[in-house]
Design a protein around this ligand. Structure first.
Ligand code: G3P
Ligand code: CA
Length: 306
């Protein structure tokens, strides 16, 4: 009886502490391809680095192998910019499309080293021997790391990379691609932690119809108006994700009036981060999550077992 009031007093004094262990900050810093500025893109080390930098969302791109495996890769081929062939040799831009992931088994994809070459556009990126991972392995690695080392369950911003020209050649058509991805995600993650993004509006329309419970982000690169993009899409997505130079405060306000969040890409300079935050965006996608720590204050890498 005497204990009850003390417990209640404690609970009313510290509710924020209790909640802050679980709740994500509202400003959403997304680690682009994990943390491309720091680690080989779209690899497990890049995603772990993103988590340790305090991101609230991990951003990644998907491709599909001949044997139906979903892998994390920006291109549906083995890019000559970042990969070495199975003998450890570089190859040319002209040759890279011969290594079409949709015509390779995952065993074949795994023979390529996509980390030792580095990336000339990102000189700080650590060089290491690493292969393109399976989406399932990425999720398992991220969730294990969260369990052991971080306070926050991050969201996943997953891009389905497709286009009409590539249907049946570099990837399946939208319905098959999407159904495969949904099946895997449903098996591995709570669906409320997922956003599906695409430049391919066919993909977004498919998810809107078939999986209406999944949040969607419309990626746009051109300078057309918000109204034109939304009319083309045919519905209001949860998130509008423009190239960061094509957004301004008016557009942010217009989108917010429609209850659509604004998350531009790919924002790498601190001055750009500040300017976009000033416009009222809801987050941004960056290759350098380490430069964005101040926006999330989630940098809390505490080994939970210690
Ligand atoms: O998610 C936004 C951004 O990733 C789009 O550009 O080419 O890096 O996939 P890209
Ligand atoms: Ca992407």
């Amino acid at each position: 009886m005497r204990l009850m009031p003390a417990v209640l007093i404690f609970a009313t004094m510290f509710p924020l502490i209790a909640f802050s262990q679980k709740k994500l900050p509202t400003f959403d810093v997304q680690g682009h391809r994990g943390a491309r500025g720091l680690m080989p893109e779209n690899t497990i080390p890049a995603f772990i680095t993103a988590l340790d930098s305090g991101v609230t969302t991990v951003e990644m791109d998907l491709a599909i192998t001949k044997d139906g495996q979903i892998i994390v890769s920006h291109e549906p081929w083995m890019s000559s910019d970042i990969c070495l062939d199975p003998s450890g040799n570089a190859y040319t831009k002209r040759e890279e499309r011969d290594f079409n992931i949709y015509e390779m088994t995952y065993e074949e994809v795994k023979q390529f080293d996509c980390g030792s070459l580095g990336n000339s556009k990102f000189p700080e990126q650590v060089k290491m021997s690493v292969t393109k991972p399976l989406l399932s392995d990425v999720i398992v690695a991220i969730e294990d790391h969260i369990k052991s080392y971080t306070r926050f369950e991050v969201d996943y911003n997953i891009e389905i990379k497709s286009g009409e020209d590539g249907d049946g050649k570099f990837h399946p058509a939208p319905a098959e691609f999407s159904d495969r991805v949904y099946k895997l995600l449903d098996e591995y993650l709570p669906l409320d932690r997922i956003v599906i993004q695409s430049f391919d509006f066919r993909v977004l329309r498919y998810w809107h119809e078939k999986y209406p419970n999944i949040r969607l982000a419309a990626l746009v690169e051109n300078k057309r108006s918000v109204k034109a993009h939304l009319e083309e899409l045919g519905f209001n997505p949860n998130i509008y994700s423009p190239y960061y130079r094509n957004i301004n405060q008016e557009k942010v306000m217009e989108l917010h009036e429609r209850n659509i969040k604004v998350i531009p890409w790919t924002v790498n300079e601190i001055s750009e981060m500040l300017s976009l935050k000033g416009m009222g965006v809801d987050g941004f996608i960056t290759d350098y999550p380490d430069r964005a720590k101040q926006y999330t204050n989630t940098l809390n890498i505490v080994p939970k077992n210690k």
